[in-house]
Write a protein that binds this ligand. Structure first.
Ligand SMILES: [Zn+2]
Length: 441
């Protein structure tokens, strides 16, 4: 074998412990007792370091081509690598064109090729009028399809009406494909007070929990009726946990994610005008946050992914600090692991829990059989993590394109020391691959 990782602490599929991990041809070929393997090159981890599988982030808005002033493949994947992430799956909207037909997917692949530092897959989009494109997109290797139930923030990616969603779910059920849903109900939000001004509480009132609850109930009902596999994106309302749990027990094919910001921040602490915290659905009260942690603990929430959704500083409207006017989205690709680990550790969770939430389960949901685990046959993707080292987030050190992040100034625990993709330490050369559903294209 080419390379051996030797560590007193690794989180593997065989449990946490002291291991040698052997790598050959970019794959893990042996997981053995500490000191047992021989190879031409041995990477010995420090006593304060843990070997984790490379993380898998299935919710990233790269916005390229078309809005590459917001983000781009080069910057997003550098930020991912710096954050211990070795695979991302790109969302179909905010790029121009959105990924709603095969031509747009091909353009996105051409834009990304040779510029990615981690492996990159793509979600397709389901919008009114593109039902006939879903089959071809599926054949071309998208991981599934994203839809909105209300205005997405960009006019070129309109929402599906209930009837359109049901029709598309029937198509996806036949294909064996998954629908991932931004679940907020437009009518509930229509009736809520309008978001405007600098008070976070006013913004929060404009996106009530009820909007999520109503939309999730509808998605569950349609999944039950069509047999399609559905996934709830960025769950923020803890009210919905009970119905999600009940639907799953009943056998509805439903998975759920939440994001580091809902687990880290609380509405009570967001200052007036601090639009770097604006996202949809919104960050809610601390009591809600604790119930989301409970949802992770009991397995109702499957995993945690970033929903990295950056924009230019101008679009955050720091000049007026108006939550109604600012773009909604939080840039967090590079700090998701320390943010979640900081909160997890405080609440008595382990690194194995974090690996399950941020590597194993998102990989499994996306059908990436060789990702998210340290075990024989998996890709040799690793994050070398120092779980006790503390730091304060400074946007100047974040590698995504624009220096804006809700985490700026936040003290976190856990530092990514290095990230490895198929047995090579990720550096300045872009050696990521473009993935299709199930593997490399
Ligand atoms: Zn998103």
């Amino acid at each position: 074998m080419e390379l051996v990782f030797r560590t007193r602490r690794a989180v593997t599929s065989a449990g946490e412990g002291s291991f040698d991990v052997g790598v050959d041809g970019g794959r893990i070929v042996a997981v053995a007792a500490y000191g047992e393997l021989v190879g031409p090159r041995v990477v010995e981890l420090g006593d304060d370091e843990v070997l984790l599988p490379g993380l898998v982030d299935t919710h990233v808005h790269v916005n390229d081509p078309g809005r590459s002033d917001w983000e781009g493949f080069e910057t997003a994947t550098r930020a991912a690598a710096a954050g211990g992430i070795t695979t991302i799956v790109d969302m179909p909207l905010n790029s121009l064109p959105p990924t709603v037909d095969v031509a747009a997917l091909e353009l996105k692949r051409k834009t990304a090729a040779g510029r990615v530092h981690v492996d990159v897959g793509f979600w397709g989009g389901a919008i009114p009028g593109n039902s006939a494109d879903l089959g071809a997109l599926h054949e071309s290797g998208v991981f599934g399809f994203k839809c909105f139930l209300l205005h997405s923030g960009v006019d070129e990616f309109p929402p599906l009406e209930t009837g359109e969603l049901e029709a598309d779910l029937r198509i996806l059920a036949d294909l064996g494909a998954m629908m991932i849903v931004h679940a907020e109900d437009p009518d509930t939000i229509e009736q809520a007070p309008q978001a405007h001004g600098g008070h976070y509480a006013d913004f929060l009132n404009s996106r009530p929990r009820e909007a999520e609850n109503v939309a999730i109930a509808r998605v569950i009902e349609l999944a039950r009726r069509t047999g399609a596999r559905v996934h709830i994106l960025h769950l923020s309302s803890s009210d919905a946990l009970a119905m999600i749990g009940a639907a799953r027990r009943e056998g509805v094919a439903l998975t759920v994610e939440t994001c580091p910001h809902y687990l880290t921040f609380s509405a009570e602490e967001i200052a007036d005008g601090a639009t770097q915290f604006k996202c949809c659905p919104p960050i809610r009260e601390s009591r809600n946050r604790e119930l989301l942690w409970q949802g992770l603990a009991d397995g109702t929430i499957d995993f945690v992914v970033s929903d990295h959704s950056p924009c230019t500083p101008e679009l955050k409207r720091f000049d007026i600090g108006d939550f109604g006017e600012a773009w909604g989205g939080i840039a967090s690709l590079q700090v998701g692991l320390p943010a979640v680990w900081t909160g997890a550790r405080d609440r008595g969770f382990t690194l194995a829990d974090v690996v399950r939430w941020m590597a194993e389960r998102p990989a499994a949901q996306a059908g990436l059989a060789r990702k998210g685990r340290i075990e024989i046959g998996a890709d040799a993707d690793f994050c070398v993590f120092a779980p006790d080292e503390q730091f304060v987030v400074d946007v100047a050190n974040l590698r995504h394109r624009n220096p804006v992040s809700a985490y700026h100034g936040r003290a976190l625990t856990g530092v990514v020391r290095s990230t490895w993709l198929r047995g090579k330490e990720i550096g300045s050369v872009a050696e990521g691959e473009l993935l299709v559903r199930g593997g490399i294209s």
